[in-house]
Write a protein that binds this ligand. Structure first.
Ligand code: ATP
Ligand code: MG
Length: 674
């Protein structure tokens, strides 16, 4: 028997067992939602450890931080082995880890900053301004659009000029200028010792490609590479895996082409379809049983995805009994009525004994959750959000982080400017001047932590800011006692008490909330000793996987999950509500307009991902009227996806206006203010 005591035969079906215990080599598990792909991968790790494989030899790649955490947790429960040497995480977090170790090889230092979308935009804005383009004659793409273009270029490997030709023909006359912006932007990142999110993938690939010695090192280290959600890899991620396993390591990829939902970000489901050809002697495993959902939900999911036409057939059979209830289809008057319905149903289900953390509401776009957030708050129902404005993207959190980023990376222009603009009397122009002085003084270059008072003393802030300028020196000193970095939580404390609390009180009306966010940040920071690790973690949490606000400090509180469908990938709940299932909302209006078969198929796959998250109960709802439109009320049609399966598969709920959806308010009173 294995040292873990796991009875692999009993806990896995035949196909899963075959995959889990397969001999070293390459293997692909391709199967529908809820068939136990992730479970197979988890047991595979346990199996390898049981076979005596050193945890150091294993690399486990997933798409969200949450999924990575859950998988590692699960393995830890299964086996007694020490997992600390195993590398597991998202592509971005593993890229970050590799880059920090070899930053010098690509012209960075290991303290490089990670730019988020906002930082990227401000850097881009500076570059565009430096080109002095006359945009009066013809519109030049905004920073946002430029960022998307560059991201697509990095993630797909298509050249910028081809991309402009094919996807941005409107800007074709600006091609030369756009290419120049890209060049300068790339250089600016290097100059400021910063990388953006795509760089975490792209630079890692570059590093591995250009340094055969390093590649050999990692090829040797990782004898077993395992990848979940392989259908959503883009060309860079795909090349990573190919390179890392090119030295003969075993690779196991699991995925489902019907759940490929990231093509808009460069993902290519061709990667999973061509996997067996790319890997010699690859074994392919198919699982045909679904363990997640009751048959009623499974039938509906199968029917929904079949509407996508020709595809690799893999209808799933349910392993669960016939005891389920039919999925519900609910038409509601308007968005607030829909929110009330969902809340009311959540309360009823909780009374029936279903804990809140077993329920989720998912939607196509983050803004579709606003009414619901208000309604949940009114009813005191706790919820966590895994989409939308992420904890780290909030202005006040970024302000605090700017201090820490500058302290660790004096070349970080974005953070420098953000920080000085917090002081009274300093705007974008002033910040620019101060930055010039900072660079001229040689402070941006200094490898050592500088004498802050001397550095700041050599620059002239406007009169209004003089007092704060002194405070700033004091804070920066406190953050680097004896020329070393203070603990991350102490750094947050220094900034908050030294200056930021005052800024909060004088700038924002919701001071209390923001202050408590920062306190939360402080207690989160308490878990870290190393400031670089802490900063990386903050940036990564804001990325592929939106970390629910506050979730870090109170993991045990019971709460409903609100999530975009993209972020809900791979997860499951007993009860799932899919809201805003109206034409123009989901499928999205732009997709309908584009009239493009492939885009519509991706929307349908997204719908498939949504409905397959549910184990026991599924509610699909849509508001009939959307009052938010400029042109007054808009009557909405139910989503075409609701017509993809026979009506007999669902229960159409009649929610009558007298139905008491709100404990303390009359139903008819839609005008009553919240
Ligand atoms: P998705 O495509 O949504 O990522 P998946 O194929 O990764 O789904 P899992 O999340 O691994 O599926 O499994 C779905 C559910 O079924 C989980 O709760 C899992 O524990 C359960 N399950 C899978 N296989 C078995 C099995 N052989 N016996 C019992 N339960 C199983
Ligand atoms: Mg999975």
């Amino acid at each position: 028997a294995p040292s873990s005591g796991i009875d692999y035969r009993a806990e896995l079906n035949d196909e899963q067992f075959a995959a889990v215990t397969s001999a070293p080599g390459s293997a692909l598990v391709i199967a529908g939602a809820g068939s136990g792909k992730t479970r197979t991968l988890t047991y595979r790790v346990a199996w390898l450890l049981d076979q005596g494989v050193d945890a150091r030899r294993i690399l486990l790649l997933t798409f969200t931080n949450k999924a990575a955490r859950e998988m590692t947790e699960r393995v830890r429960e299964l086996v007694p082995h020490d997992l600390s040497a195993m590398w597991s995480g998202t592509f971005h977090s593993i890229g970050n880890r590799i880059l920090r170790r070899h930053a010098e090889e690509i012209g960075l230092t290991k303290a490089f900053s990670i730019l988020d979308r906002d930082d990227q935009k401000s850097l881009m804005g500076g570059v565009v301004a430096s080109l002095e383009i006359d945009t009066k004659v013809r519109r030049f793409p905004k920073s946002d659009v430029l960022a998307s273009m560059f991201s697509l270029v990095e993630n797909t490997g298509v050249s910028l000029s081809d991309l402009i030709d094919q996807r941005y023909p409107y800007f074709i006359d600006w091609e030369e200028e756009i290419i120049e912006v890209h060049k300068r932007y790339t250089q600016r990142k290097l100059d400021t010792n910063s990388v953006d999110f795509d760089d975490l993938l792209v630079l890692t690939l570059k590093l591995l490609k250009e340094h055969p010695d390093l590649l050999a090192l990692y090829q040797k280290r990782f004898q077993h590479v395992l990848v979940d959600e392989y259908q959503d890899t883009n060309s860079v991620q795909c090349q990573w895996i190919d390179l890392l396993t090119g030295g003969g390591a075993s690779v196991m990829a699991v995925g489902d082409d019907a759940q490929s939902i990231y093509s808009w970000r460069g993902a290519d489901m061709g990667n999973i379809l061509s996997f067996p050809e790319r890997f010699k002697d690859c074994r392919v495993f198919k699982i045909e049983t679904n363990y997640r959902s009751v048959p009623e939900i499974l039938d509906l999911s199968n029917a929904a995805i079949r509407a996508n036409g020709a595809r690799f057939e893999k209808d799933l059979r349910s392993a669960r009994g016939q005891k389920g209830v039919k999925p519900a289809m609910v038409a509601l008057e308007d968005p607030s009525t829909q929110a009330r319905f969902v809340c009311q149903r959540i309360l009823e289900l909780r009374d029936e004994g279903i804990p809140l953390e077993e329920m989720a509401v998912v939607y196509r776009a983050h803004f579709q959750s606003l009414e619901l957030q208000m309604e949940l708050t009114r009813h005191d129902i706790p919820f966590g959000i895994t989409s939308g404005l992420r904890f780290f993207e909030q202005a006040h959190i970024k302000d605090i982080a700017a201090f820490m980023r500058l302290v660790t990376n004096r070349r970080d222009e974005t953070s420098f400017k953000r920080l000085v603009q917090l002081l009274p009397g300093i705007g974008a122009k002033g910040a620019d001047k101060l930055w010039q002085a900072w660079v001229a003084g040689g402070w941006a270059k200094s490898e050592e932590i500088p004498d802050w008072k001397e550095a700041l003393g050599s620059m002239k802030p406007p009169k209004k800011a003089v007092r704060h300028w002194e405070q700033l020196g004091y804070i920066l000193d406190e953050m680097t006692p004896n020329g070393e970095f203070a603990r991350p939580s102490d750094m947050v404390y220094s900034v908050l008490e030294g200056m930021y609390d005052e800024h909060l009180q004088t700038t924002f009306d919701n001071y209390e909330n923001r202050r408590s966010d920062i306190e939360q940040l402080m207690s989160y920071a308490d878990g870290f000793e190393d400031i670089l690790e802490f900063l990386s973690q903050l940036s990564l949490l804001g990325s592929a996987d939106g970390q629910p606000t506050g979730d870090k400090t109170e993991p045990d509180t019971e709460k409903v999950t609100l999530s975009s469908i993209h972020q809900a990938k791979g997860l499951e709940w007993k009860v799932v509500f899919v809201i805003w299932l109206a034409e123009g909302q989901f499928p999205n209006g732009r997709v309908i307009e584009a009239d493009d078969v492939e885009m519509m198929e991706e929307e349908r796959r997204l719908f498939y991902v949504a409905v397959t998250r549910a184990k026991d109960e599924l509610y699909m709802s849509y508001p009939l009227i959307n009052p938010k439109s400029y042109s007054g009320d808009v009557i909405q049609k139910p989503s075409r996806f609701l017509g993809d399966f026979p009506k007999s598969m669902v229960e159409e709920w009649k929610v009558s206006p007298s139905w008491d959806s709100s404990p303390d308010e009359d139903w008819g009173d839609v005008d009553e203010p919240f």
